[in-house]
Design a protein around this ligand. Structure first.
Ligand code: SF4
Ligand code: SF4
Length: 125
């Protein structure tokens, strides 16, 4: 049986992250050079290796990089069953740590619908 939550204005509420991982499939994280240095050092590789292995090859900038997507998701997104986690959680870039789970986000609502079976008002439209 699925729970159903169909309240008008539901999208205005904040929520706990349910770790569906959908946000990490929709956006490519942007990383500054300092962040690349930090992530590379965490992974025990050089910056050049990091760029070769993990950066988006179509992004051309000397100021920042985009993290590559593989199989339609951030290359650092991993799953334990249905629960997602970030392989570089402790050094993930600001754009990721600044992302707040909220019912305003279509990604979070989609995660609730798919992983928890909670439906917001848009599900019935
Ligand atoms: S770096 Fe981690 S938090 Fe950021 S998009 Fe990739 S998997 Fe998600
Ligand atoms: S889409 Fe929302 S609920 Fe799902 S992992 Fe991202 S922040 Fe968490």
């Amino acid at each position: 049986m699925t729970d159903s939550l169909n309240l008008p204005g539901l999208h205005t509420y904040s929520m706990e992250c349910i770790r569906c991982g959908i946000c990490c499939t929709r956006y490519q994280a942007i990383v500054s050079l300092d962040e690349v240095q930090q992530i590379a050092s965490y992974l025990g590789i050089s910056m050049n290796e990091w760029v070769k292995l993990y950066s988006e090859p179509r992004w051309h900038s000397h100021k920042n990089y985009l993290i590559r997507h593989v199989n339609a998701a951030c290359i650092f997104l991993k799953y334990a069953g249905k629960i997602s986690y970030c392989d570089i959680q402790f050094v993930k870039p600001c754009c990721c740590s600044d992302w707040i789970p909220h019912l305003e986000n279509t990604e979070c609502r989609e995660g609730l619908r798919k992983n928890v079976g909670v439906f917001t008002e848009e599900s019935s439209q």
